[in-house]
Write a protein that binds this ligand. Structure first.
Ligand SMILES: Nc1ncnc2c1ncn2[C@@H]1O[C@H](COP(=O)(O)OP(=O)(O)OP(=O)(O)O)[C@@H](O)[C@H]1O
Ligand SMILES: [Mg+2]
Length: 251
């Protein structure tokens, strides 16, 4: 049995003024080293569930554990230093260079200057951006796909114990997206980083996931490995979701 990295136990969030819970009694475990994809239509609660892990959203009921500790009992800032977070909007700091953006968390953690510099180059190479060409650029001098790679490099910078990725490739075209997916797969397999990945792109989910959590209206419809999900969708909803748009194919 492998170690449990993230445990959701009855996780429930009700935003102020909302008539129904954004996530409602969500329960499942993510094993250390596993890549779990949250899949489902807009508004089903994917981002909310992800953000309960690094405490950007607080629970109204239930609990979320990170390596055995209830996240509500941990220091939020400290917790976030051990969890890489990448989002669609990237959120690079415009006034900093690429290298400074990637170095933010290692510097907060007090790494030696040489260790930070080495790590930045290593990560830029990992996401296939030549450090010599890119390290001193500002975000405005990057394409959308390059900026998202820097966002992923930054999320990985301090060797986090888990990665939360909320449609990190949403802003790039299909070709670049496929390349970034391959790179991310290679990176998380190489580093064996526990990853929770949000997408509403079915093909992307099938390609990246060890297991897929299909969400519906704040709850879980089915949890299964990609092949099982395709072969044995538990409900018509899952079937229809998988077959919306192009027929999905595993890479
Ligand atoms: N800060 C907030 N305040 C109030 N309601 C919110 C807030 N954030 C999200 N919601 C609502 O909670 C529900 C779940 O939202 P969430 O952002 O988690 O969905 P999602 O699955 O990530 O959707 P998308 O694919 O569009 O990003 C939606 O009904 C949304 O309108
Ligand atoms: Mg979202």
């Amino acid at each position: 049995m492998s170690e449990t990295a993230i445990r959701f136990a009855g996780a429930t969030v009700r935003y102020a003024g909302a008539d129904r819970a954004a996530i409602d009694g969500v329960t499942f475990d993510v094993a250390a080293g596993e890549t779990v994809v949250l899949l489902g239509p807009s508004g089903c609660g994917k981002s909310t569930l992800l953000r309960t892990v690094n405490r950007l959203v607080a629970l109204d009921a239930g609990r979320v554990e990170f390596y055995g500790s209830d996240v509500a009992t941990l220091d939020a800032v400290e917790l976030r230093r051990h969890i890489g977070y990448a989002i669609q909007a990237v959120g690079l700091f415009a006034h900093m260079t690429v290298a400074q953006n990637v170095a933010v968390v290692p510097e907060l953690l007090g790494w030696e200057r040489d260790a930070v510099r080495t790590r930045v180059d290593e990560l830029l190479e990992l996401v296939r951006l030549d450090p010599v060409r890119y390290r001193n650029r500002r975000p405005r001098a990057l394409s959308g796909g390059e900026a998202q790679r820097v966002g992923v490099a930054r999320a990985l910078a301090a060797k986090p114990r888990a990665l939360l990725m909320d449609e990190p490739f949403g802003a790039v075209d299909a070709l670049v997206r496929a390349e970034l997916q391959r790179e991310l797969l290679r990176i998380v397999r190489e580093l064996k980083t526990t990853t929770l990945f949000v997408t509403h792109d079915v093909a992307e989910g099938l390609r990246l996931a060890d297991r897929i959590v299909v969400m519906r209206d704040g709850g879980i419809e089915q949890i299964a490995a990609p092949d099982d999900l395709l072969e044995r969708p538990a409900t018509a909803y899952v079937h229809d979701l998988l077959h919306a748009g192009d027929l999905p194919r595993r890479a």
